[in-house]
Design a binder for this molecule. Structure first.
Ligand SMILES: C[S@@+](CC[C@H](N)C(=O)[O-])C[C@H]1O[C@@H](n2cnc3c(N)ncnc32)[C@H](O)[C@@H]1O
Length: 238
């Protein structure tokens, strides 16, 4: 059984917040450099902390910090405690652009389907995120993105789906690579690549029947699926 299958009970409209983050996280860490250390890991934009549960159960992480803005630390603590993981996962409420940790505190930062909400602006990564991993530490990010810039009818379809500023959160592999290189290329090793589990992650989300998932399915089946992907970023601080 794959690691993700163990979490199938959470592939529901009450637990998923978008394309299946278990599949994305599983692939993200499977493709991470072998040398990655997870002892003290920050799950940045953890949502309902289910990705933190996955990290605690499926990696050598000793302590996972489950950090999120929209979901309260109390809600996440109840969920974490119900799973008996309260000694391993620390829920914290806050904004990723103003984190309360000591610089150099983490071995790894992982972020699934969240970073694009706050990280598209120049300066965020180098100033607000990178300082919290120590030298040699790894930041791993999975965000929904674009295979190519949409044009013509595809652009209209995309902008009707993504609505307003949300459209600006979707970027190509090349766009993210350039942003990170510009911000911290001199102090980090950077790899940006495309994920492979995009279709399955979306299909699991559609199958929840969540009203947003019903809308997403409608738009993706009109052709949007041809330009959407997931972008994985690996940044190791030297
Ligand atoms: C689509 S949900 C994904 C949650 C979770 N990572 C998962 O995959 O299930 C996006 C998450 O990003 C978080 N987020 C957005 N902006 C944030 C910010 N500025 N600081 C911290 N978290 C943020 C939200 O609170 C939300 O839970």
């Amino acid at each position: 059984m794959s690691r993700c299958e163990k979490y199938r009970q959470y592939f529901t409209r009450d637990c998923l917040m978008g394309p299946n983050s278990f599949r994305l996280l599983d692939e993200l860490i499977r493709r991470a450099p072998e040398s990655s250390c997870y002892n003290r890991t920050l799950d940045l934009g953890c949502g309902m902390a289910l990705t933190s549960v996955f990290m605690a159960n499926e990696t050598p992480a000793k302590q996972v910090y489950a950090f999120d803005l929209w979901v309260s630390a109390t809600d996440n603590y109840e969920r974490i405690r119900s799973l008996g993981l309260e000694d391993r996962i620390v829920p914290i409420h806050g904004d990723a652009t103003d984190m309360p940790f000591a610089h150099g505190f983490f071995d790894a930062i992982v972020s699934v389907d969240s970073y694009h909400y706050f990280g598209c602006k120049k300066g965020v990564f180098a100033e607000k995120i990178l300082p919290f991993v120590h030298k040699g530490g790894q930041v791993m990010i999975a965000v929904p993105g674009l295979k190519e810039e949409p044009k013509g009818e595809m652009k209209d379809l995309f902008e009707t789906w993504a609505e307003g500023d949300d459209a600006l959160c979707f970027r190509t592999v090349q766009w993210w690579q350039e942003l990170l290189e510009e911000e911290c290329g001199d102090q980090c090793g950077i790899t940006v690549t495309e994920g492979e589990c995009c279709d399955e992650a979306w299909e699991d989300w559609f199958n929840t029947g969540h009203p947003f998932a019903v809308r997403d399915r409608e738009f993706l089946s009109k052709g949007l699926n041809r330009i959407l992907n997931f972008v994985y970023m690996y940044v190791q601080r030297r």
